[in-house]
Design a protein around this ligand. Structure first.
Ligand SMILES: [Zn+2]
Length: 424
């Protein structure tokens, strides 16, 4: 089947929705079209002045965006399809993309515009289910790391901070030192399955959204398919109207009513438990244990960083890995990892990173407050060359955290129940 071509639509039919580090998303708003109505267009970005795209030749056949095969063949084995958006290939056109940039670049945040732009040399993009359009409101949560690492692979210098404060909270502290906006959100509260703690997490997400004027990406609101900022009165009124079941259009009432509604939606859905289990079991050695295993398994390799000189897995290897993960992986002795399984452990860590970095879209099943659907999005493949950077970042974050004197304590509910120690 020939993929659909984006030139069947006009650039002005697409509105800007949001973007992450690697991709940017537009929503179809044109005349009814079976292929495009109810869909978003996900395009790859490229840094200004980057040489990454010099390998792309718009006249030759390019591979499909790997996100599509990764979700179809790998992620779908781990996450039931009802929690995934549908993804398909769409053929792109350089002139069409340039027109889109001309029309919509002004809708992007200034700091993003300074850094990167749509990669106009790609001739294939991704067409995905539009989870935020076609519904009065939608929420996006980027929950991040939902577990504390097991102690056994941590060094004497890191074991205390890493088992007391979660990775996200330590990273937030590090970022604040660099001058970034802070948040009191702790993912372990959101992942706790405890309604009081989930509400506390949602309160912190709200405060982060409100105080950062919507610039933090851990919580986002969408109204009629567009991202809503706290100072956007009409959107806030519509959100309040929705969450208070028509009783109020006031932002304070919105804050009070949306937390219990969202907490219930998260408790009713298995997605957070699923993400936490996947993250936790795939990142079973912590980056420190992984690094030790790497050195042990390949002592003769030049030691220029974890995962350096390791080729990225093919899609077949990913598929084989998932089979291993779903069978013998759980019976391996992870306390003494076998260097013969190094590649499996490296792939497990990369896959864990995919689940640490994804987002969850919560949308109402009907126009009334009540039941919600939760869908997991943004599950991209991570590559081996990121491992060395993550290892360095981990060290910096923990060193900073130790010197900060923070008294923060994050509680991993699953670890507490596993150890039977409720004193934590
Ligand atoms: Zn935390």
């Amino acid at each position: 089947m020939t993929p659909t071509s984006i030139t069947e639509t006009k650039p002005e039919d697409w509105t800007y929705v949001s973007e992450g580090g690697a991709t940017i998303v537009f929503s179809y708003r044109g005349p009814h079209n079976v292929q495009f109505s109810g869909h978003v267009l996900r395009l790859r970005k490229v840094a200004h002045g980057s040489s990454d795209n010099t390998l792309l030749d718009t006249n030759t056949e390019q591979p499909d965006d790997p996100m599509i095969a990764f979700q179809e063949n790998i992620i779908s084995k781990l996450v039931p399809s009802e929690f995934l958006p549908s993804l398909g290939v769409v053929l792109l056109d350089e002139d069409w993309l340039r027109s889109l940039i001309f029309l919509r670049d002004g809708d992007r945040p200034a700091e993003r515009r300074q850094t990167d732009q749509i990669d106009v040399l790609r001739n294939k993009g991704v067409l995905a289910t539009d989870l935020i359009g076609g519904t009065p409101i939608a929420l996006e949560i980027k929950p991040k790391w939902g577990f504390l690492p097991p102690e056994r692979h941590l060094s004497p210098e890191t074991v205390a901070p890493k088992t007391i404060a979660c990775r996200f909270c330590m990273h937030t502290s590090f970022r604040m030192k660099q001058g970034d906006v802070g948040t009191t959100y702790c993912p372990l509260d959101l992942f706790s399955r405890d309604e009081t703690r989930i509400r506390k997490a949602i309160g912190a997400l709200w405060a982060g959204w409100y105080e950062s004027h919507g610039s933090l990406n851990n919580l986002r609101f969408f109204v009629e398919g567009r991202m809503a900022k706290p100072d956007d009165d009409r959107s806030v009124q519509l959100l309040a109207h929705f969450f208070t079941a028509g009783k109020s259009t006031d932002i304070q009432n919105l804050r009070e009513s949306f937390a219990p509604v969202l907490a219930q939606a998260l408790l009713d859905s298995p997605v957070l438990s699923l993400l936490s289990t996947l993250q936790r079991t795939l990142d079973i050695l912590d980056v420190e244990g992984l690094s030790k295993l790497y050195t042990q398994a390949s002592p003769d390799l030049p030691s220029d960083g974890l995962g350096s000189s390791v080729p990225d897995p093919s899609m077949e290897e990913w598929a084989d890995f998932v089979k291993v993960y779903q069978s013998e992986y759980h019976s391996w002795d992870h306390t003494v990892p076998d260097p013969g399984y190094l590649r499996h452990y490296l792939m497990a860590y990369l896959l864990s990173a995919t689940f640490k970095d994804c987002s969850v879209i919560i949308r109402p099943k009907s126009a009334q407050v009540g039941s919600f659907d939760a869908t997991i999005i943004d599950m991209d493949i991570k590559s081996m060359d990121r491992l060395g950077k993550w290892e360095k970042l981990d060290r910096k974050i923990v060193e900073h955290y130790k010197s900060s004197g923070s008294q923060r304590r994050c509680i991993d509910s699953q670890r507490v129940s596993q150890s039977g120690n409720t004193q934590l």
